[in-house]
Design a protein around this ligand. Structure first.
Ligand code: SF4
Length: 211
């Protein structure tokens, strides 16, 4: 399957999730400007396809804006290395999302039935199961790609040789092995067949409560 068809299917998977999750999300208390998830969890994961969409959007920005975003991504990577909680690089000063229409699935799946505090969001158990199934579908679709924190995925996709190989359908995990091991990058085709490891990527926050 070529990358254009895959991107179309990605959108279909998102849409399908939204339709099925709607009855649960209708009870959410989330409001525009509440960025608890974007600030406190720090595990905004993405698959390579999602990274490609965001990368291509970054390329359309004017140069100073591109430099600014890349600096934020790089700062985010460094802070994560020190294991400090750091806001998502795409969070704006007004606590809205700069890439809302192209945000990765790890953001799309989240909502909360109660106002988030230190105890984190509360979601329906059925919605968690639905999200797990959706992650599996995404990783199967992106079988020549990877999953990991959004900043690391964007770092990989910004490299021309990696990007061109990926876009052409090529797959060479050995080339990214040291980076992948260091930053917890997951090979999609290795996890998409294993229900045990699905949530290692594009995961829900660890302190989520299921209802
Ligand atoms: S991509 Fe957008 S919604 Fe997701 S964590 Fe970042 S700012 Fe929040």
């Amino acid at each position: 399957m070529d990358i254009k068809t895959k991107l179309k299917k990605l959108k279909e998977i998102y849409d399908d999730f939204e339709i099925q999750a709607r009855p649960f999300k209708d009870s959410a208390v989330c409001k525009v400007g509440c960025a608890f998830c974007c600030i406190h969890f720090g595990n905004v994961d993405a698959i390579t396809m999602e990274g490609l969409i965001i990368h291509e959007w970054i390329e359309t920005l004017d140069k100073p804006d591109q430099i600014n975003i890349r600096k934020k991504i790089s700062k985010n990577m460094k802070k994560r290395e020190k294991r400090s909680i750091t806001p998502c690089p795409f969070l704006k000063k007004d606590n809205t999302c700069r890439i809302y229409t192209m945000r990765p699935f790890s953001c799309r799946q989240l909502y909360s039935l109660r106002k988030c505090t230190h105890s984190g969001p509360m979601v329906h158990r059925q919605a968690v199961e639905l999200a797990k199934k959706t992650v599996k579908k995404l990783q199967q679709l992106d079988a020549t790609g990877y999953s990991g924190h959004i900043s690391y995925i964007l770092h990989l996709i910004a490299k021309p040789d990696f990007r061109e190989l990926y876009k052409s359908g090529g797959f060479d995990p050995v080339k990214i092995m040291p980076f992948g091991k260091k930053y917890g990058i997951i090979i999609n085709r290795m996890v998409s067949s294993s229900s045990m490891k699905i949530m290692q990527a594009t995961s829900l926050p660890s302190n989520i409560t299921e209802k």
